[in-house]
Write a protein that binds this ligand. Structure first.
Ligand code: ADP
Length: 491
């Protein structure tokens, strides 16, 4: 009988179920959209119960599509949108309010109160004080949902990121747990002691009784008894960390960049955390057995989203793929730079107030130039992150592994390789997030023998090598830096 690892990839806009076989190949996949709501400006919420229903649906659909039963499933891996905060009632198992999504700014006021504690928070959690992370979201719910604080104090409420919520539901309330990579995004977890931090919990008014048990990423969490007897959840990791694992960045200095709506670059920094002075986050990549591996992380807020903007708002292209044709239709951007700071700028600027700008327009500037400049802007922003990583980690970054929807764009990938002066590698399976969760699960269950075996089955689909002259790279990058500087002055 064919056996597979079943990966659940619960993202912000969709839930996917993915079957991975012994060769690390994607056998089949199903996907369902998940809705977010925007009740006020800057707020983003989602229905945790709808997330759970979407998990059930994608699994059922996948089993019908592939004509398999639970007997074909070796183990389950869970990977998820990080930081998104779910609070539910221990007695009923029902969420007490909508989940607050990572993008939501509704707890920004709470973060402002802790501005003077930013160094303390960074030292313990590796994070920068920002509403992005879970701690201020939990406080927001306990402060604003009627009766929540009293119930939490009586030990009647549970908190979890989406992984915990899915595990809780799959195990029919028997297991309330998370993995270290997800815990490290809550802003309540001490990434050195690997324990929930009492002082941080006190600061954010979070009773420790609400918090899940923290487990390794590759670990037998419990039986998914909601679905079947004997099938265990064996791997759990936040989406970006799962992608790092799925790209087999097992060695110190190896890094990956994901080009989705935003871009997330993570580098394996080994078993000792280092702390950035230039806006990178320090985060836990994964834990296998007793061994914890850390990563540095940099984020670009608007990556592939700039292509959506060209399509949906500027109407310069009809499909994302058309951006490649238009970029190749001109020799260069004709001096045009676009800084897509639509929602501020991430690493290394962390500038919430910056807004987008276009520079260098002439009467010759055309739609093609603007499209090309938009793609280049994605690559320049990633170079900003890459440069900081290179300087702070002191590792030779000879290759960058990439994944995500926008890697379909050859122009973008070649330009990225040129501007970084570094080789770019695309894996054979682009669903690296699901792949990472499957590898983690399969290592715990015995489906995959060890990491060496995983390296041997992990294939590469395509490579890009730098072709641009170094002087040209320097001149163009200088133009970008100037464009960012001027953009940030315009507030
Ligand atoms: P997410 O997981 O964040 O939803 P995906 O990895 O599915 O993102 O990638 C979707 C993003 O990739 C979108 O922002 C889209 O604009 C971009 N994208 C998809 N195809 C292309 C393409 N051919 N060229 C450039 N960008 C693309």
């Amino acid at each position: 009988m064919n056996k597979y690892v079943l990966a659940i990839d619960q993202g912000t806009t969709s839930t996917r179920a993915v079957l991975i076989d012994k060769n690390g190949d994607l056998v089949n996949m199903t996907q369902i959209e998940v809705e977010c709501t925007f009740p006020h400006s800057g707020w983003v919420e989602t229905d945790a119960l709808a997330i759970w229903v979407s998990v059930i649906s994608v699994i059922n659909e996948l089993m019908v599509k592939e004509n398999i039963t639970w007997k074909n499933i070796d183990s389950i891996g869970v990977t998820n949108q990080r930081e998104t905060t779910v609070i539910w009632d221990k007695n009923t198992g029902m969420p007490i309010c909508p989940a607050i999504v990572w993008q939501s700014r509704q707890s920004a006021g709470i973060c402002d109160e802790f501005e003077d504690k930013k160094d303390f928070i960074h030292e313990r959690t590796g994070l920068l004080i920002n509403p992005y992370f879970s701690a201020s979201k939990i406080k927001f719910i306990l402060d604003n949902v009627e009766g929540a604080r009293e119930k939490a104090n009586k030990g009647e409420l549970l908190f979890g990121t989406v992984d915990s919520w899915i595990i809780y539901r799959m195990t029919q309330g028997k297991v309330h747990a998370t993995d270290v990579s997800n815990a490290s995004r809550t802003m309540l977890f001490n990434i050195k002691t690997l324990k929930w931090d009492e002082e941080l919990c006190k600061m954010f008014g979070v009773p420790m009784s609400m918090l899940p048990k923290v487990r390794p990423s590759s670990y037998k969490y419990g039986e998914a008894s909601f679905f079947a007897k004997g099938v265990q959840i064996c791997g759990v990791a936040g989406d970006q960390q799962a992608a790092l694992f799925g790209q087999t960045c097992f060695n110190v200095g190896e890094s990956k960049n994901t080009y989705g709506t935003g871009c997330f670059m993570l580098m394996n920094i080994g078993t000792t955390p280092t702390f950035s002075k230039s806006g990178l986050l320090t985060t836990i990549a994964w834990q296998i057995g007793n061994k914890v591996v850390y990563a540095l992380e940099g984020s670009v807020f608007i990556g592939g989203a700039v292509i959506q903007w060209l399509r949906d708002k500027m109407h310069l292209i009809n499909t994302s793929a058309e951006s490649e044709e238009k970029a190749y239709a001109c020799h260069d951007t004709h001096g045009v730079y676009i800084v897509p700071a639509f929602t501020g700028l991430g690493t290394p600027y962390w500038d919430d107030d910056a807004r987008g700008a276009i520079f260098g327009l002439t009467r010759n500037s055309s739609d093609n130039h603007i499209v090309r400049a938009s793609l280049e802007a994605v690559a320049y922003q990633c170079k900003d992150v890459f440069e900081v990583m290179k300087n702070e980690s002191h590792f030779e970054l000879s290759k960058l592994k990439v994944d995500g929807g926008a890697t379909a764009n050859n122009y973008l990938m070649q330009f990225q390789s040129d501007i970084l002066q570094t080789e770019i590698e695309l894996p054979k399976c682009l669903q690296t997030t699901a792949l990472g969760a499957s590898y983690l699960a399969g290592l715990a269950s015995g489906f995959f023998a060890d990491r060496k075996h995983i390296e041997s089955i992990h294939g590469c689909k395509k490579n890009y090598h730098p072709q641009m002259d170094v002087k040209e790279v320097e001149a163009r990058y200088k133009g970008w830096k100037k464009a960012v500087e001027v953009t940030r002055m315009f507030k």
